[in-house]
Design a binder for this molecule. Structure first.
Ligand SMILES: *[C@@H]1O[C@H](CO)[C@@H](O)[C@H](O)[C@H]1NC(C)=O
Ligand SMILES: *[C@@H]1O[C@H](CO)[C@@H](O)[C@H](O)[C@H]1NC(C)=O
Ligand SMILES: *[C@@H]1O[C@H](CO)[C@@H](O)[C@H](O)[C@H]1NC(C)=O
Length: 245
């Protein structure tokens, strides 16, 4: 009896996860969590070598992600909005094309550079040091899997709940519960006219400067279509299986 009661308590605790009540503020009409680590993540990207279009992309994506939680109480109970904010705000650190970038390496895919950068930021932050290892791990996974919807949509709520916000910035209103009113209001504050060109330039740069990190990934297409001399043939897993008759 006693252990049954205990078990049902444990089950209840697992079934109804609760996220802390964070202080909030409003940006572009969207209520967002307002804690020191979020403010610091924001100022990190604003004062970095990242191009303005990346900074704005990360901010808009955060606002969309926050609104998705505001729209859906169930989702809000499952996704820690502070961790979601930091995850989304730092998800493209590896897009830093400056020569002295603290994040971009020659050897890693940009998702790994970004995920490592975000993890170092959290682990080095006085408040981030209090994050559970699970939370840090899920942030890392979300950033690493940002382009792999087919995998990420089956991961933990923080993972998919972060990527959904980023997805809206590319796909626009009508997906993942964000309507045109919200998109218009966010884009008015943080214009997105440079998003596609900026992303395009960055992905071409990966294919030009560190092609080995792009073969057999979703970035490969930018090399194939747009970068003269780029050829993934021989570098893909399928090449091992080709038979020349
Ligand atoms: C709210 O979020 C939950 C958890 O992700 C999801 O199952 C549900 O479909 C969402 N509701 C709406 C209306 O989108
Ligand atoms: C758009 O979404 C917001 C937030 O969910 C909601 O308050 C608003 O009524 C919606 N607007 C329209 C036109 O559906
Ligand atoms: C991407 O770059 C290619 C090659 O430079 C160009 O043809 C294409 O129009 C660009 N697309 C965008 C959206 O900037």
């Amino acid at each position: 009896m006693k252990s049954a009661a205990l078990l049902s308590l444990v089950a209840a605790a697992v079934a109804v996860p609760c996220t802390p009540n964070y202080p909030t503020t409003t940006i572009a009409g969207i209520e967002v969590v307002d804690t020191q680590i979020v403010r610091d993540a924001l100022s990190l990207i604003k004062n970095s070598g990242l191009h303005d279009y990346v900074v704005k992309h990360q901010i808009r994506s955060w606002l969309f992600g926050a609104q998705q939680l505001n729209n859906n109480a169930t989702l809000k109970s499952l996704v820690d909005p502070e961790a979601q904010a930091v995850t989304i705000l730092l998800h493209d650190l590896g897009w830093d094309m400056s020569t002295d970038s603290p994040w971009t390496t020659k050897d890693n895919r940009f998702e790994v550079d970004s995920a490592n950068g975000a993890r170092n930021f959290v682990r080095g932050h006085p408040d981030g040091k209090k994050w559970s290892e699970t939370k840090v791990q899920q942030m890392w996974d979300a950033i690493a899997l940002q382009g792999a919807y087919g995998l990420a949509s089956h991961k933990e709520p923080l993972v998919w709940g972060s990527i959904q916000g980023i997805a809206v910035d590319y796909r626009g209103a009508g997906v993942f519960g964000i309507n045109q009113t919200i998109v218009d209001q966010v884009v008015a504050a943080y214009p997105n006219d440079d998003l596609l060109t900026g992303t395009n330039e960055t992905f071409k740069w990966f294919c030009e400067t560190k092609p080995d990190t792009t073969y057999d990934t979703w970035v490969e297409g930018w090399g194939t279509y747009f970068v003269p001399g780029y050829d993934a043939t021989g570098h893909r897993q399928v090449d091992q299986f080709r038979t020349v008759f």
